[in-house]
Design a protein around this ligand. Structure first.
Ligand SMILES: Cc1ncc(COP(=O)(O)O)c(C=O)c1O
Length: 378
């Protein structure tokens, strides 16, 4: 079955009893146990809920995983996976270019529990190799990176991790299983901020983690149930509905992103455009070697802070907001928004200077989005 059809028929179950195409929202906290001495499928909704289970089975199938676990946010998914796989004294290798909230979780939260970390330049497998220590348990991968859209040689990094018995956790928020399925390439866990492209409508906060095998699945379930940052049945339902239209949305958004990226390279007020779909992007061929697409997020650096100020104040069609992956285009200022949690000096060293803007391309006509930027910039 084509992935497009799979999104509709490959996992999301309706209701067997009534024939409804959509799964019911079971807003129950508890379940009648006819014989408490026997385990039944559901006893308490932190431990399991039929609507959430329907979402989890759906995503596990799409990601080619063993099982999936839905959380109240992307950070809850990432935090639960990392705390499930790591213990005090363990070490984690993560990309220098990383979502700001994950950076904060690693540097401030995990550190409190004596989990150490090293950041590496994931454009170079040698840099990742050099960061590995005997106690390294997890390598976290995020590609294309946010906001500079750097591309990782995931095959080399996963092979390296496997040769050292290290888990790989892949944040696949930007590509989604429509374009790339890391478990097919040997990743142990895939996480998503489902708030973004999976949900797709800027109307919920959610996270999901898919485990490649039973061993990692039981470690993640232990935290999901024990810590309890579960996704509500209502939001599980909303997320299922969002995922069903993933291919219709993301394919159209990617097409527009390509047009906009190409056009922006011709604008005088733009100093640099970074979109891996551009042939001139240094990671273009590498990303093409494992992903069937380049996604719908691009970044650009403007010619001056005055231009940036005008764009932010004057755009009308695109929202100036945090987040990405919604049907409405979202323009964000990484230095003050997604990456504000990273100290300014560190951010500057990474090249995430104040003059970068990131655009998540939605379903508007690309011509209208370009007109919005052009008009705002002057
Ligand atoms: C790549 C990436 N991972 C994780 C997160 C965190 O997800 P959430 O905001 O749903 O907690 C984000 C949020 O922007 C993100 O962009």
């Amino acid at each position: 079955m084509d992935f497009k059809s799979e999104l509709l028929h490959g996992g999301a179950k309706g209701d067997a009893e009534t024939g409804a195409l959509s799964v019911p929202i079971f807003s129950a906290s508890t379940y009648n146990q006819k014989d408490p001495s026997k385990r039944q499928a559901y006893d308490y909704s932190r431990s399991g809920n039929p609507t959430r289970a329907s979402l989890e089975e759906y995503v596990a199938a799409l990601e080619r995983g063993h099982s999936a676990f839905a959380f109240a946010s992307g950070m809850a998914a990432i935090g639960s996976v990392l705390t499930g796989l790591l213990s005090a004294g363990d070490h984690l290798v993560a990309p220098l270019h990383l979502y700001g909230g994950t950076h904060r979780f690693i540097t401030q939260f995990l550190k409190k529990f004596a989990v150490n970390h090293s950041f590496a330049d994931f454009r170079s497998v040698e840099s990742v190799k050099a960061a590995i220590r005997p106690e390294t348990k997890v390598i976290l991968i995020e590609t294309p990176s946010n906001p500079l859209m750097q591309v990782t040689d995931i095959k080399a990094v996963i092979a390296l991790a496997k040769s050292r018995g290290i888990y790989t956790v892949f944040d696949n928020t930007f590509l989604t299983p429509l374009l790339f399925r890391p478990i097919e390439h040997g990743a142990d866990v895939v996480v998503h901020s489902a708030t973004k492209f999976l949900g797709g409508h800027s109307d919920l906060i959610a996270g999901i983690a898919t485990a490649a095998n039973k061993e990692v699945a039981s470690k993640i379930y232990f935290v999901q149930n024990g810590f309890g940052a579960v996704l509500s049945p209502e939001n599980s339902w909303t997320l299922i509905r969002g995922i069903k239209t993933l291919s219709a949305r993301l394919n159209a958004e990617e097409q527009s992103a390509r047009i906009i990226a190409e056009e922006l390279t011709k604008r005088k007020y733009i100093a640099e455009v970074r979109y891996p779909g551009l042939v001139s992007h240094e990671g273009h061929e590498l990303l093409k070697s494992y992903s069937s697409g380049f996604g719908a997020v691009l970044s650009f650096r403007v010619d001056s802070m005055a231009t940036l100020d005008r764009i932010i104040k004057n755009v009308k069609l695109m929202a100036v907001a945090v987040s990405l992956g919604g049907v409405e285009s979202i323009l964000s200022w990484p230095a003050k928004m997604s990456h504000a949690a990273i100290p300014a000096a560190e951010r500057a060293a990474l090249g995430i200077t104040d003059d970068w803007l990131r655009l998540s391309v939605g379903l508007e006509a690309p011509e209208d989005l370009l007109k919005d930027l052009d008009t705002a910039a002057v």
